[in-house]
Design a protein around this ligand. Sequence first.
Ligand SMILES: Nc1ncnc2c1ncn2[C@@H]1O[C@H](COP(=O)(O)OP(=O)(O)O)[C@@H](O)[C@H]1O
Ligand SMILES: [Mg+2]
Length: 251
Amino acid sequence: MAFFKKNKALGDGLSAETMTKGARLIAAAEPKNPVSEQFRTLRTNIDFASVAKGNVKTLLVSSALPSEGKSTITANLAVVYAQQGKRVLLVDADLRRPTVAITFDVTDNHGLTNYLADAHSELGSIIHHTRMDTLDVITSGPVPPNPAELLASARMTTLITQLRDHYDLVIFDVPPFLMVTDAQVLMSRMDGVAIVVSGGRTTKGALQRTSEILKIAEAPVVGFIYNDQDQKKKAGSGYGYGYGYGYGDAK
Ligand SMILES: Nc1ncnc2c1ncn2[C@@H]1O[C@H](COP(=O)(O)OP(=O)(O)O)[C@@H](O)[C@H]1O
Ligand SMILES: [Mg+2]
């Protein structure tokens, strides 16, 4: 908590846009846009990279630092997988800077933290349907004082197993892994982990720490997603997404 307050005070360019307005769901709004095509390519690349790991049903997307595009990418990936007819669940496990409720217009803020904090809470009460038939979401719920503990709990592990059985694919949007331990505690419990690297934001130092952290966290890495946030500046309104493979890209 303190970390994010400090950053806001410093005015370091951290974007709150997706928290206040939601992520831009370009894949749903403009399926013919080249950016939507890039999300479909990303989907194909993730599927391809996942073959070696077996059936990847739980996929965590993280990055070293805030504002590198995790929420934008997870929301659009969820959309393109659902467009393919897969039963998809997007889980907002970024309990510190949640975005999914706003992105998908979920007004009932009953979410993950409610479920994890209350042993009597039922799974059905936190699954929210979206306008897309095969896409459901779990929102973060109220921001708790102890996000990392909640995510590390046995109840979370049981939840992951249950969700895995109910959906073809469960995508987790989580906080940046260099800042807080939330993502790290979840990584080893996933089938696959994809790391976003931002052309405009990810620093050299962060990249150097990345492969270390991924090894410590025993992350089943399926690949790196290159998000060219700089392209916006170069081309006006462009969103650029690409995809790379393996540990080598992060060294
Ligand atoms: N490729 C891109 N081009 C331009 N802007 C982007 C791109 N990817 C993300 N953004 C913007 O950057 C900001 C942070 O993105 P977000 O998805 O919230 O990151 P994170 O979840 O990693 O904090 C948002 O305002 C988002 O619209
Ligand atoms: Mg986010």
